[in-house]
Design a protein around this ligand. Structure first.
Ligand code: ZN
Length: 673
């Protein structure tokens, strides 16, 4: 169904006031909920921009297999094996084993592999070895992902331990301090090397006097073969070549319909980078990309974020194609235009501040396609590039993804969560009134100002905080936003409506960091993921430091624990203090202090509170994680094959989309070595 979007065109209140019948909720299984997002205003774009989005979205979908392989070397084989059994199964589909295998496959699709997308622990299959073996044996062998000369038994012997044995590849990314993080992580970024060997390899490459260092190791697997350690680069003619070839094919088409010369140059440089694998070219591309501010359509496509590598060097593949939401962008432009004021007035010590904050661009975008590490689980804000020196010299681009946030909010409305966990009616009303807006503003401040603020002291290694770097960086950006939310400046700028609005975000943040985000963790586990660590770090630290004044309390009511904030103003002061300290740690590269903060506040979980939160959450029957299906784009062509229009539709189901992607966008071999 292609709905008319005319009603929302030019509506300054955006979508939050609009009544419509779009179904945002698709399905729910395990701990996951699948949502749909709407590409508002796509139909109003000129044909050339629709074509550009179409070509870029094809290029985005072609990278899907790369991420599967990066997340674990057996993932492609396992996905294909499961799909073959699933689509050819002739037995009883109500059988518990089959139902549980279907759930398992849906989780593999969602996580782009056999480990949880967020917690990174391996899934426990709810079906038996015997069932799976039997089902495989009944499947036409030509449909199975068999290597040349491999028998069905050999295939089973290869992947069954990986699927069923909890001791084999138990974690995708292991962050446990003191263990060999590479040998204990299942992600496929290193082969045959220890953490020490990898660290030595990259330390030897670094020149401390280089003020414009490339992102060492970003686009390769580090391997040891015949005693020699070297990189296998992901590029045309290198590792993942067959997928990258296809990406380049679509980028070539996109280049021809670029909106302007600046955008054309960006695409051309990206193609050059994919062909050469040269990280200097990647930096050149990043600089061109960050400077292209006038195009309506924008995209990222490549090896981008390093959360999947325990050492934080190697980037997982991802892509997003989007276009600017012109109305909503006014808010973030207002914030960015005042970047210098915010930098000057922050509680950070002067020597750690940027003298000249520039190039912080910000916009609200409408996502048109999500792919790789942004699909189905995705971000609601992005700030790129990641290279510190490029950010310092050329600025960075910040986006908040308006149509995704909107879909989250709409899907969550009235689901009972707040009613269960908020302390009283007052907090619920406050949240209903302000939380959608203040959540958005916090994201804007985090992305537009937080990540771009502050500076490293001369000579400080940007990777000095090692495994703690991501958590500290996210905490820094979050705190910058938290500190400024109550500021009069935001009311003056018309971003926040009044002096009470910020309390909704403060309350939600503390409730989340102290309690409710624990719904995402299994009982007995600690906090691993860096964004979650960051939130607990901030909330626990503020809770403890404000304990004497009872700034924030955990109180019992009817046997249940609630967060109560007694003094919002003092809480702001605490956020400011922590921001100053976190910026100092980042600026000085103080690894010991980073480790101390993270290990003290961010990792450990109170088991009694954790059990209580899980119990209460379970009764609500909600999924803690959400992800999105993509819309389907169809190019309409005339008899000469020329594209005359691009149609967007939203009818595809979850399994349907995943199976289609597995057919249409899957070019890599089972094993990539
Ligand atoms: Zn961030």
């Amino acid at each position: 169904m292609i709905m008319s979007l005319l009603s929302s065109y030019g509506n300054t209140k955006k979508t939050t006031t609009k009544v419509d019948n779009f179904d945002y909720r698709v399905e729910q299984f395990a701990d996951l909920q699948i949502l749909r997002y709407r590409v508002h205003d796509f139909d109003q774009l000129p044909l050339k921009q629709k074509e550009l989005i179409y070509f870029l979205s094809q290029g985005a979908l072609q990278g899907r297999d790369i991420l599967f392989d990066q997340n674990g070397k057996y993932n492609l084989t396992i996905r294909r094996l499961l799909e073959a059994v699933y689509t050819n199964y002739a037995g009883d589909k109500k059988d518990t084993n089959f139902v549980n295998m279907e759930t398992y496959l849906k989780r593999v699709w969602f996580s782009n592999g056999i480990h949880h997308h967020y917690g990174s622990e391996k899934f426990i299959p709810g079906f038996t070895v015997e069932f799976f073996k039997g089902a495989i044996e009944k499947t036409d062998p030509t449909k199975l992902p068999l290597e040349k000369g491999q028998t069905v038994t050999q295939l089973c012997d290869e992947v069954f331990p990986v699927i069923f044995d909890p001791k084999i590849m138990p974690k995708r990314v292991n962050q446990v301090d003191g263990e060999d993080l590479i040998l204990t992580s299942a992600s496929n970024y290193y082969e045959g090397v220890t953490q020490k060997e990898a660290e030595d390899f990259y330390n030897a490459m670094k020149n401390p006097n280089d003020s414009t260092p490339i992102s060492y190791g970003l686009n390769s697997r580090l391997v040891k073969e015949n005693g020699k350690i070297f990189e296998k680069v992901w590029k045309v003619g290198g590792l993942y070549s067959s997928a990258i070839d296809k990406i380049v094919y679509w980028l070539n088409k996109a280049e021809k319909v670029a909106e302007n010369d600046a955008q054309k140059a960006v695409i051309a440089k990206l193609i050059e980078y994919y062909k050469t694998g040269d990280l200097k070219t990647f930096d050149d591309y990043s600089i061109l990309w960050v400077k292209d501010l006038n195009s309506r359509v924008d995209f990222t496509n490549g090896f981008t974020e390093t959360y999947g590598d325990p050492l934080g060097l190697k980037a997982s593949w991802e892509s997003i194609v989007n276009f600017k939401d012109l109305e909503a962008t006014k808010r973030t432009e207002t914030i960015s235009a005042n970047a210098k004021w915010f930098e000057d007035h922050s509680p950070v010590a002067k020597k750690f501040k940027k003298e000249d904050v520039k190039g912080v661009s910000a916009k609200v975008i409408t996502a048109a396609i999500l792919a790789g590490d942004l699909y189905p689980s995705t971000a609601i804000g992005i700030n790129l590039p990641n290279s510190n020196w490029i950010r310092a010299h050329h600025g960075s681009k910040s986006v908040t993804i308006g149509n995704l946030t909107d879909a989250y909010n709409r899907a969550a409305h009235g689901n009972g969560f707040l009613e269960e966990f908020a302390y009283s009616k007052a907090e619920i009303e406050m949240n209903n009134k302000y939380a959608d807006l203040t959540g958005d503003v916090h994201t804007d401040l985090h992305e537009c100002l937080g990540h771009g603020s502050g500076k490293l002291l001369p000579g400080v290694d940007p990777d000095a905080l090692k495994a703690y770097g991501s958590t500290i960086e996210e905490a820094r950006a979050d705190l910058f936003g938290l500190y400024y939310l109550p500021d009069k400046k935001l009311q003056e700028l018309g971003v926040v409506p009044d002096e009470d609005a910020y309390k909704a975000e403060y309350y939600t943040y503390m409730m989340n960091g102290l309690m409710t985000q624990l719904v995402r963790i299994q009982l007995g586990n600690s906090v691993e993921e860096s964004h979650m660590r960051n939130r607990q770090l901030i909330a626990r630290w503020a809770f403890e430091k404000g304990a004497a004044d009872k700034v924030v309390e955990l109180v019992k009511k009817g046997g249940k624990t609630y967060v109560r904030i007694n003094d919002y103003k003092k809480l702001r002061v605490l956020f400011g203090k922590l921001l100053a300290e976190i910026q100092r740690i980042k600026s000085e590269g103080d690894l010991a202090a980073a480790r101390d903060l993270v290990e003290t506040y961010a990792v450990k979980v109170d088991p009694a509170l954790h059990a209580e939160v899980l119990e209460r959450y379970k009764k609500l029957n909600l999924a803690p994680y959400k992800g999105f299906l993509n819309p389907v784009y169809q190019a309409v062509t005339n008899k000469d094959g020329k594209i005359t229009d691009v149609k967007v539709s939203y009818e595809e189901g979850y399994a349907e989309q995943m199976l289609r992607y597995g057919k249409e966008y899957s070019t890599l071999p089972n094993r990539n070595e």
